[in-house]
Every structure is written in C-alpha cells, then in structure tokens.
Design a protein around this ligand. Structure first.
Ligand SMILES: CC/C=C\CCC/C=C/C(=O)SCCNC(=O)CCNC(=O)[C@H](O)C(C)(C)COP(=O)(O)OP(=O)(O)OC[C@H]1O[C@@H](n2cnc3c(N)ncnc32)[C@H](O)[C@@H]1OP(=O)(O)O
Length: 202
C-alpha cells in the first residue's frame, strides 16, 4: 500500500475550469506559501510518505524535514513531468534549501528523489524508520524551541524575506501568468494525459 505525505496540488482544480476559478485557486496557493514560508513559528515536516510538487513545496517551507527511511517514498518538484512549470517562488524555495545547480537539475528533469537520495541532495535533513517519524519530529521541535525565540525568528526572517518580498511584489502578475499558462489548450492536454496515466497505472 503506498503512503502519501501529500499528493501536491489538486490537479482537478487546474483542469477544465474557468479563468476566474484558476485565479482564485492560485491566489490560495500563494497564500498558503506566504503563510507557511513566512511563519515565525518553528515548523518541522514529518514526511511519512511520498511528496510530489506542491507536497514537496510544503515540506520545503518548513525549518527542518524528517522523512521515513523507505526508498519507495519519493519527494521532489516534478512539475515538468506533468508538462507544467514550477513558478519562480517554488524555485526560490528549493534554491534556498539545496542550492542553484541541484535545483536546476531537479526542476528541469522533474526529479522525484527516493528518500535516501533526497537526504544526499539535502532535500530532507534526516531519515528515520517509518514508525519513528512523529517522535523524531517532536524531538527536533524541542531542540528548535530551545533557541531564544526572538533571535531564531529574526534569523529566519533574514534568510527568507527576499524570496517572500519578491512574490508579494509580483502577486498579481504571477496570478495572471498562471491563468494564461494553465488555460492554454496544450497545457490542459498535458494535464489530461498525466491524469489518464495515473488512472491506467492502477
Ligand atoms: C506557471 C505555473 C504553472 C503551474 C504551476 C502548477 C504547480 C503544480 C503543483 C502540483 O502540485 S501539481 C500535482 C503534482 N502531483 C503529482 O504529480 C502526484 C500525482 N499522483 C501520484 O503520483 C499518485 O497518485 C500518488 C500521490 C503517489 C498516490 O498513488 P496511489 O497509487 O496511492 O494512488 P492513485 O495513483 O491510484 O491515486 C488515487 C486517486 O487520486 C488521484 N490523484 C492523485 N494525485 C492527485 C492530484 N495531485 N490531484 C488530483 N487527483 C490526484 C488519482 O488520479 C486517483 O484518482 P481515481 O481514484 O479517481 O482514479
């Protein structure tokens, strides 16, 4: 039985809908990223299964990532495999985690990394046995919470603010770009083919 941390964004929200729907959907996705990446709280991802695309993004937004040590579980920004493109703020989040070259390889190929490779690439920080993911995350949380809060928060903001400001400045343009991209016939066709493939896999 496959286990999933997050299947990413709901593809059905990006297929066969109106432009108004796509715009509202994308604004909500932006909001999720701004809240999670910009949070001053400690955030630890307890990754207990596979985590493609938007799922990987959510994990990358956290301060620390612990993943179940199972090579069947994979994580990555696989957008190109769906015929779509990770937007600049997905890319920035990944660069801030694993660096420029690894991000370029990862994004162009739409790579999903099995857990051991994800650790090697720095996409996750630690692997633990599947039944220890929650307890390891709780232990990591205690360690992070032991740092004086104001100092940790200012440091986090210093590291992340440039990426956050970039999206805040370009929110409307980013929404317009998403709507015009996702509503193209060729992109709708790619998403349909991907969904059909998922169903055939069964
Ligand atoms: C300019 C910018 C433009 C665009 C930017 C857009 C950024 C997009 C970000 C995203 O997150 S796109 C979504 C990426 N997600 C994926 O690629 C995941 C695809 N799914 C899988 O790989 C697998 O389904 C799985 C998550 C590993 C689970 O596998 P399992 O074998 O357990 O289940 P199954 O494949 O049978 O799926 C069950 C059921 O769920 C449907 N499904 C799966 N993922 C999605 C999804 N992301 N959105 C909508 N629906 C999804 C799948 O089709 C099955 O449906 P069915 O039961 O009706 O057949």
């Amino acid at each position: 039985v496959s286990k999933i941390f997050s299947a990413g964004l709901d593809i059905t929200e990006m297929s066969g809908k109106s432009n108004e729907h796509y715009a509202a959907f994308w604004r909500a996705v932006q909001e999720m990223w701004l809240k999670l990446y910009g949070s001053n709280m400690v955030t630890i991802a307890a990754i207990n299964g596979s985590s493609p695309a938007g799922g990987c993004l959510m994990a990358l937004c956290c301060d620390y990532r612990i993943m179940a040590d199972n090579p069947k579980f994979a994580i990555g920004l696989n957008e190109t495999q769906l015929g779509i493109v990770a937007p600049f703020w997905f890319k920035d989040t990944m660069i801030n985690t694993i660096g420029n070259r690894a991000t370029e390889l990862s994004l162009q190929l739409g790579q999903m990394y099995p857990a051991p490779e994800a650790l090697k690439f720095g996409l996750v920080d630690k692997l633990v046995p599947e039944d220890k993911v929650q307890s390891a995350a709780a232990a990591a949380m205690s360690q992070w919470l032991s740092v004086p809060d104001h100092a940790r928060q200012l440091t986090k903001s210093m590291m992340r603010k440039p990426a956050i400001d970039r999206l805040v400045k370009q929110r409307e343009a980013d929404i317009n770009n998403f709507v015009s991209f996702i509503s193209k016939d060729s992109i709708q066709k790619s998403l349909q083919i991907y969904m059909d493939r998922l169903k055939q896999k069964k």
